[in-house]
Design a protein around this ligand. Structure first.
Ligand code: SF4
Length: 483
Protein backbone atom coordinates (compact mmCIF):
# COMPACT_ATOMS: atom_id res chain seq x y z
CA UNK A 1 0.00 0.00 0.00
CA UNK A 2 1.57 3.29 -1.10
CA UNK A 3 0.70 5.93 1.50
CA UNK A 4 1.67 9.53 0.73
CA UNK A 5 1.96 11.74 3.77
CA UNK A 6 3.50 14.85 2.26
CA UNK A 7 0.68 15.81 -0.08
CA UNK A 8 -0.88 19.23 0.13
CA UNK A 9 -4.59 19.61 0.69
CA UNK A 10 -5.31 20.16 -3.03
CA UNK A 11 -3.53 16.94 -4.02
CA UNK A 12 -5.38 15.07 -1.29
CA UNK A 13 -8.66 16.51 -2.54
CA UNK A 14 -7.97 15.25 -6.04
CA UNK A 15 -7.30 11.71 -4.79
CA UNK A 16 -10.03 11.52 -2.17
CA UNK A 17 -12.77 13.04 -4.31
CA UNK A 18 -11.90 10.68 -7.16
CA UNK A 19 -12.01 7.76 -4.72
CA UNK A 20 -15.54 8.74 -3.64
CA UNK A 21 -17.06 8.83 -7.12
CA UNK A 22 -18.55 5.34 -7.11
CA UNK A 23 -20.93 6.05 -4.27
CA UNK A 24 -24.27 6.61 -5.98
CA UNK A 25 -25.87 8.50 -3.11
CA UNK A 26 -24.71 11.64 -4.92
CA UNK A 27 -23.91 12.24 -8.55
CA UNK A 28 -20.76 14.08 -9.46
CA UNK A 29 -21.32 17.15 -11.58
CA UNK A 30 -18.05 16.55 -13.43
CA UNK A 31 -17.93 20.11 -14.70
CA UNK A 32 -15.28 22.75 -14.17
CA UNK A 33 -15.75 26.43 -14.96
CA UNK A 34 -13.94 29.52 -13.71
CA UNK A 35 -15.57 32.83 -13.07
CA UNK A 36 -14.80 35.11 -16.03
CA UNK A 37 -15.52 38.16 -13.95
CA UNK A 38 -18.96 38.67 -15.44
CA UNK A 39 -20.82 36.19 -13.30
CA UNK A 40 -21.10 34.98 -9.75
CA UNK A 41 -19.36 31.84 -8.49
CA UNK A 42 -17.26 29.10 -10.03
CA UNK A 43 -17.84 25.48 -10.89
CA UNK A 44 -15.13 23.05 -9.84
CA UNK A 45 -15.09 19.39 -10.71
CA UNK A 46 -13.11 18.03 -7.80
CA UNK A 47 -15.54 16.46 -5.41
CA UNK A 48 -18.61 18.55 -6.17
CA UNK A 49 -21.74 16.51 -6.62
CA UNK A 50 -25.46 17.12 -6.66
CA UNK A 51 -28.01 15.67 -4.34
CA UNK A 52 -31.69 16.33 -3.77
CA UNK A 53 -33.19 17.66 -0.58
CA UNK A 54 -36.47 16.32 0.82
CA UNK A 55 -38.33 19.19 -0.87
CA UNK A 56 -36.85 18.27 -4.26
CA UNK A 57 -34.31 21.11 -4.24
CA UNK A 58 -31.02 20.29 -5.95
CA UNK A 59 -28.07 20.94 -3.66
CA UNK A 60 -24.37 20.72 -4.40
CA UNK A 61 -22.15 18.84 -1.99
CA UNK A 62 -18.46 18.38 -1.45
CA UNK A 63 -18.21 14.60 -1.89
CA UNK A 64 -15.03 13.12 -0.47
CA UNK A 65 -13.53 10.20 1.38
CA UNK A 66 -11.80 10.95 4.66
CA UNK A 67 -9.22 8.37 3.63
CA UNK A 68 -8.81 5.90 0.78
CA UNK A 69 -6.70 3.62 2.95
CA UNK A 70 -8.66 0.48 3.71
CA UNK A 71 -8.12 -2.71 5.64
CA UNK A 72 -11.07 -4.37 3.86
CA UNK A 73 -10.92 -6.09 0.50
CA UNK A 74 -14.28 -5.66 -1.25
CA UNK A 75 -13.75 -7.04 -4.75
CA UNK A 76 -15.69 -4.28 -6.53
CA UNK A 77 -13.84 -1.38 -4.91
CA UNK A 78 -10.87 0.57 -6.27
CA UNK A 79 -9.79 1.33 -2.69
CA UNK A 80 -9.63 -2.30 -1.61
CA UNK A 81 -6.63 -3.40 0.44
CA UNK A 82 -5.16 -5.53 -2.35
CA UNK A 83 -5.03 -2.69 -4.91
CA UNK A 84 -1.80 -0.88 -5.48
CA UNK A 85 -3.09 2.70 -5.54
CA UNK A 86 -1.86 5.93 -4.07
CA UNK A 87 -3.28 6.34 -0.56
CA UNK A 88 -3.79 9.42 1.52
CA UNK A 89 -5.95 10.76 4.32
CA UNK A 90 -7.34 14.10 5.37
CA UNK A 91 -7.21 15.34 8.91
CA UNK A 92 -10.49 16.53 10.47
CA UNK A 93 -9.17 20.10 10.29
CA UNK A 94 -8.49 19.74 6.56
CA UNK A 95 -12.01 18.54 5.86
CA UNK A 96 -13.39 21.44 7.89
CA UNK A 97 -11.17 23.93 6.05
CA UNK A 98 -12.21 22.61 2.65
CA UNK A 99 -15.87 22.57 3.56
CA UNK A 100 -15.83 26.10 4.95
CA UNK A 101 -13.78 27.54 2.11
CA UNK A 102 -15.95 25.91 -0.55
CA UNK A 103 -19.08 26.97 1.28
CA UNK A 104 -17.93 30.59 1.57
CA UNK A 105 -17.16 30.63 -2.16
CA UNK A 106 -20.64 29.33 -2.82
CA UNK A 107 -19.35 26.15 -4.51
CA UNK A 108 -21.30 23.89 -2.18
CA UNK A 109 -24.20 23.79 0.21
CA UNK A 110 -22.97 20.83 2.18
CA UNK A 111 -20.64 17.90 2.72
CA UNK A 112 -20.89 14.23 1.79
CA UNK A 113 -18.28 12.40 3.85
CA UNK A 114 -17.45 8.73 3.43
CA UNK A 115 -14.29 6.78 4.17
CA UNK A 116 -12.23 3.65 3.69
CA UNK A 117 -11.66 1.66 6.86
CA UNK A 118 -8.45 2.68 8.56
CA UNK A 119 -7.23 0.75 11.64
CA UNK A 120 -10.75 -0.45 12.53
CA UNK A 121 -14.40 0.44 11.85
CA UNK A 122 -14.69 2.15 15.22
CA UNK A 123 -11.49 4.16 14.75
CA UNK A 124 -12.72 5.28 11.31
CA UNK A 125 -16.14 6.26 12.64
CA UNK A 126 -14.42 8.24 15.41
CA UNK A 127 -12.50 10.21 12.78
CA UNK A 128 -15.72 10.98 10.93
CA UNK A 129 -17.39 11.97 14.20
CA UNK A 130 -14.49 14.21 15.16
CA UNK A 131 -14.73 15.91 11.77
CA UNK A 132 -18.45 16.62 11.79
CA UNK A 133 -18.41 17.62 15.47
CA UNK A 134 -15.64 20.11 14.73
CA UNK A 135 -17.56 21.44 11.74
CA UNK A 136 -20.68 22.03 13.81
CA UNK A 137 -19.26 23.13 17.16
CA UNK A 138 -15.98 24.85 16.25
CA UNK A 139 -16.66 26.15 12.73
CA UNK A 140 -20.41 26.55 13.38
CA UNK A 141 -21.15 25.10 9.95
CA UNK A 142 -24.90 25.04 9.50
CA UNK A 143 -25.02 23.50 6.01
CA UNK A 144 -26.06 20.00 5.03
CA UNK A 145 -23.91 17.07 6.18
CA UNK A 146 -24.28 13.50 4.92
CA UNK A 147 -22.02 11.00 6.72
CA UNK A 148 -21.51 7.31 6.14
CA UNK A 149 -22.18 4.93 9.00
CA UNK A 150 -19.32 2.44 9.09
CA UNK A 151 -20.43 -1.21 9.41
CA UNK A 152 -18.98 -2.77 12.55
CA UNK A 153 -18.31 0.53 14.35
CA UNK A 154 -19.12 0.90 18.02
CA UNK A 155 -22.79 1.94 18.43
CA UNK A 156 -21.95 4.84 20.75
CA UNK A 157 -19.82 6.52 18.04
CA UNK A 158 -22.51 6.07 15.39
CA UNK A 159 -25.05 7.36 17.86
CA UNK A 160 -23.18 10.56 18.56
CA UNK A 161 -22.45 11.16 14.86
CA UNK A 162 -26.18 11.24 14.23
CA UNK A 163 -26.52 14.38 16.34
CA UNK A 164 -24.33 16.35 13.93
CA UNK A 165 -25.40 14.84 10.59
CA UNK A 166 -28.43 15.70 8.48
CA UNK A 167 -28.36 12.36 6.76
CA UNK A 168 -26.55 9.09 7.43
CA UNK A 169 -26.21 6.10 5.16
CA UNK A 170 -24.95 2.58 5.60
CA UNK A 171 -24.52 0.85 2.28
CA UNK A 172 -26.15 -2.56 1.93
CA UNK A 173 -23.89 -3.03 -1.13
CA UNK A 174 -25.20 -6.42 -2.29
CA UNK A 175 -28.70 -7.76 -2.28
CA UNK A 176 -28.03 -11.19 -0.81
CA UNK A 177 -25.98 -12.37 2.17
CA UNK A 178 -24.22 -14.93 -0.04
CA UNK A 179 -23.09 -12.28 -2.53
CA UNK A 180 -21.85 -10.13 0.31
CA UNK A 181 -19.85 -13.03 1.68
CA UNK A 182 -18.11 -13.77 -1.60
CA UNK A 183 -17.66 -10.19 -2.89
CA UNK A 184 -17.27 -8.14 0.31
CA UNK A 185 -15.95 -10.80 2.73
CA UNK A 186 -15.12 -8.35 5.54
CA UNK A 187 -18.71 -7.17 5.76
CA UNK A 188 -21.79 -9.05 6.86
CA UNK A 189 -25.51 -8.49 6.77
CA UNK A 190 -25.46 -8.10 10.53
CA UNK A 191 -22.66 -5.52 10.57
CA UNK A 192 -24.60 -3.45 8.01
CA UNK A 193 -28.11 -3.82 9.41
CA UNK A 194 -27.03 -3.15 13.02
CA UNK A 195 -26.11 0.53 12.48
CA UNK A 196 -29.03 0.90 10.08
CA UNK A 197 -31.44 -0.19 12.79
CA UNK A 198 -29.65 1.96 15.35
CA UNK A 199 -30.05 5.07 13.21
CA UNK A 200 -33.72 4.25 12.60
CA UNK A 201 -34.32 3.90 16.34
CA UNK A 202 -32.42 7.10 17.05
CA UNK A 203 -34.63 9.01 14.61
CA UNK A 204 -37.76 7.55 16.19
CA UNK A 205 -36.51 8.35 19.64
CA UNK A 206 -35.92 11.95 18.67
CA UNK A 207 -39.42 12.19 17.23
CA UNK A 208 -40.79 10.64 20.40
CA UNK A 209 -38.88 13.06 22.57
CA UNK A 210 -40.25 15.98 20.61
CA UNK A 211 -43.80 14.63 20.86
CA UNK A 212 -43.41 14.01 24.59
CA UNK A 213 -42.00 17.45 25.22
CA UNK A 214 -44.75 19.09 23.21
CA UNK A 215 -47.63 17.22 24.79
CA UNK A 216 -46.54 16.75 28.38
CA UNK A 217 -43.65 19.12 28.96
CA UNK A 218 -41.49 16.15 30.01
CA UNK A 219 -38.69 14.44 28.18
CA UNK A 220 -39.07 10.70 27.72
CA UNK A 221 -37.10 8.34 29.89
CA UNK A 222 -34.30 6.80 27.84
CA UNK A 223 -33.75 3.07 28.27
CA UNK A 224 -31.64 0.82 26.11
CA UNK A 225 -32.81 -1.18 23.15
CA UNK A 226 -30.75 -2.56 20.31
CA UNK A 227 -33.32 -4.33 18.22
CA UNK A 228 -31.46 -5.70 15.24
CA UNK A 229 -33.02 -8.21 12.92
CA UNK A 230 -33.01 -9.38 9.35
CA UNK A 231 -34.18 -6.98 6.65
CA UNK A 232 -37.65 -8.42 6.90
CA UNK A 233 -38.13 -8.14 10.65
CA UNK A 234 -40.22 -5.10 11.53
CA UNK A 235 -39.09 -2.91 14.43
CA UNK A 236 -42.02 -3.65 16.70
CA UNK A 237 -40.19 -3.55 20.04
CA UNK A 238 -38.86 -0.03 19.81
CA UNK A 239 -37.65 1.59 22.98
CA UNK A 240 -35.46 4.68 23.11
CA UNK A 241 -31.67 4.40 23.10
CA UNK A 242 -29.75 5.79 26.09
CA UNK A 243 -27.07 7.97 24.51
CA UNK A 244 -27.75 11.59 23.64
CA UNK A 245 -25.42 14.38 22.88
CA UNK A 246 -25.44 16.65 25.93
CA UNK A 247 -25.92 19.81 23.89
CA UNK A 248 -28.95 18.32 22.22
CA UNK A 249 -30.51 16.83 25.34
CA UNK A 250 -33.57 19.02 25.21
CA UNK A 251 -35.34 18.44 21.88
CA UNK A 252 -37.38 21.61 22.38
CA UNK A 253 -34.18 23.60 21.90
CA UNK A 254 -33.22 21.67 18.79
CA UNK A 255 -36.19 20.03 17.08
CA UNK A 256 -35.50 17.23 14.61
CA UNK A 257 -31.92 17.20 15.80
CA UNK A 258 -31.11 13.55 15.13
CA UNK A 259 -30.41 12.69 11.45
CA UNK A 260 -33.26 15.01 10.37
CA UNK A 261 -32.95 14.14 6.67
CA UNK A 262 -33.22 10.42 7.45
CA UNK A 263 -31.02 7.60 6.26
CA UNK A 264 -30.34 6.05 2.88
CA UNK A 265 -28.45 3.10 1.46
CA UNK A 266 -26.94 1.89 -1.79
CA UNK A 267 -27.05 -1.44 -3.61
CA UNK A 268 -24.66 -2.35 -6.41
CA UNK A 269 -26.44 -3.67 -9.48
CA UNK A 270 -24.95 -6.42 -11.59
CA UNK A 271 -21.92 -7.52 -9.54
CA UNK A 272 -23.81 -10.63 -8.40
CA UNK A 273 -26.49 -12.67 -10.17
CA UNK A 274 -29.44 -11.29 -8.21
CA UNK A 275 -32.71 -10.61 -10.01
CA UNK A 276 -34.61 -7.33 -10.15
CA UNK A 277 -37.33 -9.07 -8.13
CA UNK A 278 -34.84 -9.71 -5.31
CA UNK A 279 -33.62 -6.12 -5.48
CA UNK A 280 -37.02 -4.45 -5.34
CA UNK A 281 -38.23 -6.85 -2.67
CA UNK A 282 -35.26 -5.91 -0.50
CA UNK A 283 -35.73 -2.21 -1.23
CA UNK A 284 -39.39 -2.51 -0.23
CA UNK A 285 -38.42 -4.24 3.04
CA UNK A 286 -35.86 -1.53 3.77
CA UNK A 287 -38.44 1.22 3.24
CA UNK A 288 -41.01 -0.59 5.33
CA UNK A 289 -38.87 -1.98 8.16
CA UNK A 290 -36.03 0.52 8.40
CA UNK A 291 -37.88 3.69 7.32
CA UNK A 292 -35.18 4.53 4.78
CA UNK A 293 -35.61 7.78 2.88
CA UNK A 294 -33.92 6.44 -0.25
CA UNK A 295 -32.43 3.30 -1.69
CA UNK A 296 -29.84 4.13 -4.35
CA UNK A 297 -28.89 1.72 -7.10
CA UNK A 298 -25.41 1.82 -8.55
CA UNK A 299 -24.68 0.06 -11.84
CA UNK A 300 -21.64 -2.14 -11.30
CA UNK A 301 -18.38 -1.07 -12.93
CA UNK A 302 -15.58 -3.63 -12.86
CA UNK A 303 -12.91 -1.05 -11.99
CA UNK A 304 -10.47 -3.75 -10.88
CA UNK A 305 -10.96 -6.00 -13.92
CA UNK A 306 -11.58 -8.73 -11.38
CA UNK A 307 -12.01 -11.97 -13.30
CA UNK A 308 -14.35 -13.34 -10.63
CA UNK A 309 -16.83 -10.51 -11.30
CA UNK A 310 -18.86 -9.80 -14.44
CA UNK A 311 -17.11 -7.93 -17.19
CA UNK A 312 -18.43 -4.44 -17.89
CA UNK A 313 -16.55 -4.04 -21.15
CA UNK A 314 -19.80 -3.04 -22.88
CA UNK A 315 -20.53 -0.50 -20.18
CA UNK A 316 -22.19 -0.71 -16.79
CA UNK A 317 -25.84 -1.88 -16.64
CA UNK A 318 -27.24 1.65 -16.65
CA UNK A 319 -30.56 0.78 -18.25
CA UNK A 320 -31.18 -1.82 -15.55
CA UNK A 321 -30.29 0.79 -12.93
CA UNK A 322 -32.72 3.19 -14.61
CA UNK A 323 -35.57 0.64 -14.51
CA UNK A 324 -34.87 0.00 -10.82
CA UNK A 325 -35.10 3.72 -10.08
CA UNK A 326 -38.42 3.86 -11.96
CA UNK A 327 -39.70 0.89 -9.97
CA UNK A 328 -38.45 2.50 -6.77
CA UNK A 329 -40.64 5.52 -7.51
CA UNK A 330 -43.60 3.23 -8.06
CA UNK A 331 -43.02 1.71 -4.61
CA UNK A 332 -42.64 5.07 -2.87
CA UNK A 333 -45.15 7.33 -4.58
CA UNK A 334 -47.62 5.25 -6.59
CA UNK A 335 -48.76 2.61 -4.11
CA UNK A 336 -47.27 -0.37 -5.96
CA UNK A 337 -45.79 -3.35 -4.14
CA UNK A 338 -42.76 -5.34 -5.31
CA UNK A 339 -44.96 -8.41 -5.76
CA UNK A 340 -47.22 -6.51 -8.18
CA UNK A 341 -44.31 -5.49 -10.36
CA UNK A 342 -42.33 -8.74 -10.51
CA UNK A 343 -42.42 -12.33 -9.34
CA UNK A 344 -40.27 -15.46 -9.23
CA UNK A 345 -41.75 -16.38 -12.60
CA UNK A 346 -41.20 -12.89 -14.07
CA UNK A 347 -38.07 -11.82 -12.15
CA UNK A 348 -36.61 -8.99 -14.27
CA UNK A 349 -37.90 -5.71 -15.62
CA UNK A 350 -38.67 -5.33 -19.26
CA UNK A 351 -35.76 -3.40 -20.71
CA UNK A 352 -37.86 -1.96 -23.53
CA UNK A 353 -40.69 -0.31 -21.67
CA UNK A 354 -40.83 1.17 -18.20
CA UNK A 355 -42.14 -0.88 -15.25
CA UNK A 356 -45.45 1.00 -15.04
CA UNK A 357 -46.28 0.48 -18.71
CA UNK A 358 -45.21 -3.14 -18.36
CA UNK A 359 -47.56 -3.59 -15.40
CA UNK A 360 -50.41 -1.89 -17.27
CA UNK A 361 -49.91 -4.15 -20.29
CA UNK A 362 -50.16 -7.18 -18.05
CA UNK A 363 -53.41 -5.79 -16.61
CA UNK A 364 -55.11 -4.51 -19.75
CA UNK A 365 -58.42 -5.71 -18.32
CA UNK A 366 -58.21 -2.87 -15.73
CA UNK A 367 -58.13 -0.27 -18.52
CA UNK A 368 -59.24 2.10 -19.92
CA UNK A 369 -59.63 4.25 -16.81
CA UNK A 370 -62.16 7.08 -16.99
CA UNK A 371 -60.33 10.28 -16.06
CA UNK A 372 -63.46 12.08 -14.86
CA UNK A 373 -64.64 9.51 -12.34
CA UNK A 374 -61.81 7.10 -11.38
CA UNK A 375 -60.56 7.15 -7.77
CA UNK A 376 -57.07 8.46 -7.03
CA UNK A 377 -55.59 4.97 -6.62
CA UNK A 378 -56.63 4.03 -10.18
CA UNK A 379 -55.51 7.32 -11.70
CA UNK A 380 -52.05 6.71 -10.22
CA UNK A 381 -51.81 3.42 -12.10
CA UNK A 382 -52.20 5.00 -15.53
CA UNK A 383 -48.90 5.16 -17.47
CA UNK A 384 -47.92 8.78 -18.09
CA UNK A 385 -49.86 10.08 -15.08
CA UNK A 386 -47.85 11.12 -12.02
CA UNK A 387 -48.89 12.13 -8.49
CA UNK A 388 -48.90 15.85 -9.34
CA UNK A 389 -51.08 15.34 -12.40
CA UNK A 390 -53.43 13.20 -10.33
CA UNK A 391 -53.82 16.00 -7.77
CA UNK A 392 -54.52 18.50 -10.57
CA UNK A 393 -57.06 16.17 -12.17
CA UNK A 394 -58.88 15.56 -8.88
CA UNK A 395 -59.07 19.30 -8.22
CA UNK A 396 -60.09 20.34 -11.73
CA UNK A 397 -62.75 17.71 -12.29
CA UNK A 398 -64.77 19.07 -9.36
CA UNK A 399 -65.58 22.01 -11.58
CA UNK A 400 -65.69 20.66 -15.14
CA UNK A 401 -65.60 17.52 -17.27
CA UNK A 402 -62.00 17.09 -18.42
CA UNK A 403 -60.92 16.55 -22.01
CA UNK A 404 -57.67 15.15 -23.47
CA UNK A 405 -56.30 18.63 -24.04
CA UNK A 406 -57.17 19.60 -20.44
CA UNK A 407 -55.19 16.73 -18.95
CA UNK A 408 -52.28 17.24 -21.35
CA UNK A 409 -52.03 20.80 -19.99
CA UNK A 410 -51.99 19.33 -16.48
CA UNK A 411 -48.79 17.43 -17.23
CA UNK A 412 -50.13 14.05 -18.31
CA UNK A 413 -47.75 12.43 -20.81
CA UNK A 414 -50.27 11.66 -23.54
CA UNK A 415 -47.94 9.54 -25.65
CA UNK A 416 -48.14 6.94 -22.87
CA UNK A 417 -51.53 7.67 -21.29
CA UNK A 418 -53.60 7.69 -24.51
CA UNK A 419 -53.70 3.87 -24.69
CA UNK A 420 -55.10 3.50 -21.18
CA UNK A 421 -57.73 6.21 -20.64
CA UNK A 422 -61.08 7.62 -21.61
CA UNK A 423 -62.24 11.21 -21.12
CA UNK A 424 -65.99 11.41 -20.77
CA UNK A 425 -66.27 7.97 -22.37
CA UNK A 426 -64.19 8.95 -25.42
CA UNK A 427 -60.92 7.32 -26.40
CA UNK A 428 -57.98 8.93 -28.15
CA UNK A 429 -57.79 8.43 -31.91
CA UNK A 430 -54.69 6.19 -31.45
CA UNK A 431 -56.37 4.06 -28.78
CA UNK A 432 -56.44 0.33 -29.45
CA UNK A 433 -56.57 -2.20 -26.65
CA UNK A 434 -54.05 -4.54 -28.17
CA UNK A 435 -50.84 -5.44 -26.35
CA UNK A 436 -48.60 -5.83 -29.39
CA UNK A 437 -49.84 -2.59 -30.87
CA UNK A 438 -49.34 -0.62 -27.63
CA UNK A 439 -45.85 -2.02 -27.08
CA UNK A 440 -44.81 -1.11 -30.58
CA UNK A 441 -46.10 2.42 -30.04
CA UNK A 442 -44.38 2.78 -26.69
CA UNK A 443 -40.97 1.48 -27.65
CA UNK A 444 -38.79 4.41 -28.50
CA UNK A 445 -37.11 4.86 -31.83
CA UNK A 446 -33.66 4.15 -30.46
CA UNK A 447 -34.62 0.68 -29.36
CA UNK A 448 -36.47 -0.06 -32.58
CA UNK A 449 -33.50 1.02 -34.60
CA UNK A 450 -31.08 -1.06 -32.54
CA UNK A 451 -33.19 -4.11 -33.01
CA UNK A 452 -33.82 -3.40 -36.68
CA UNK A 453 -37.53 -3.34 -36.30
CA UNK A 454 -39.06 -1.57 -39.19
CA UNK A 455 -42.65 -2.44 -38.61
CA UNK A 456 -44.95 -2.21 -35.65
CA UNK A 457 -46.38 -5.25 -33.94
CA UNK A 458 -43.43 -7.60 -34.27
CA UNK A 459 -42.10 -7.60 -30.74
CA UNK A 460 -43.41 -11.01 -29.80
CA UNK A 461 -41.98 -12.80 -32.80
CA UNK A 462 -38.61 -11.16 -32.22
CA UNK A 463 -38.65 -11.85 -28.46
CA UNK A 464 -37.78 -8.25 -27.76
CA UNK A 465 -38.76 -8.72 -24.15
CA UNK A 466 -36.00 -11.23 -23.65
CA UNK A 467 -33.43 -9.32 -21.61
CA UNK A 468 -30.63 -11.33 -23.20
CA UNK A 469 -31.30 -9.60 -26.47
CA UNK A 470 -30.41 -6.15 -25.23
CA UNK A 471 -27.53 -4.64 -27.15
CA UNK A 472 -28.31 -0.99 -27.33
CA UNK A 473 -26.92 2.07 -25.61
CA UNK A 474 -28.27 2.43 -22.09
CA UNK A 475 -30.15 5.49 -20.92
CA UNK A 476 -28.00 8.01 -19.14
CA UNK A 477 -29.81 9.05 -15.98
CA UNK A 478 -32.91 8.20 -14.01
CA UNK A 479 -35.61 10.78 -14.54
CA UNK A 480 -38.66 9.56 -12.73
CA UNK A 481 -41.58 11.91 -13.13
CA UNK A 482 -44.93 10.86 -14.45
CA UNK A 483 -43.73 7.34 -15.05
S1 SF4 B 1 -14.78 -1.06 2.98
FE1 SF4 B 1 -14.85 -2.06 0.98
S2 SF4 B 1 -16.06 -0.61 -0.27
FE2 SF4 B 1 -15.36 0.54 1.53
S3 SF4 B 1 -13.43 1.48 0.90
FE3 SF4 B 1 -12.92 -0.47 1.88
S4 SF4 B 1 -12.76 -1.93 0.20
FE4 SF4 B 1 -13.85 -0.14 -0.54
Amino acid sequence: MLIKEDLDIKEKLKILSDSAKYDAACTSSGSSRDNSGAGVGNTVSSGICHSFAADGRCISLLKILFTNECIFDCRYCMNRRSNDVLRTSFTPEEVCTLTMEFYRRNYIEGLFLSSGIVVSPTHTMQLLLETVRMLRLVYHFNGYIHVKGIPGADPSVIEETGWYADRMSVNLELATADALKSIAPNKSRKSILTPMRQIQLGIRRNEQLIADSLFSGHIADCSASHDIGAVNSPATDYRPLPVMHPQMRDPRSSPNAYVPAGQSTQMIIGAAPETDYQLVTIAEALYRNYNLKRVFYSAFVNVNNDSALPSTEDGPPLLREHRLYQADWLLRFYGFTAAELLSEAHPNFNTFIDPKCDWALQHLGDFPVEINTAPKSRLLRIPGVGPRSVERILKARRHARLTFSDIARMGVVMKRARYFITCDGKTDELFRQDEDYIVSQLMDAEHRHALQISQNGLYRQLSLFDDNNENYAPLAAPICNNV
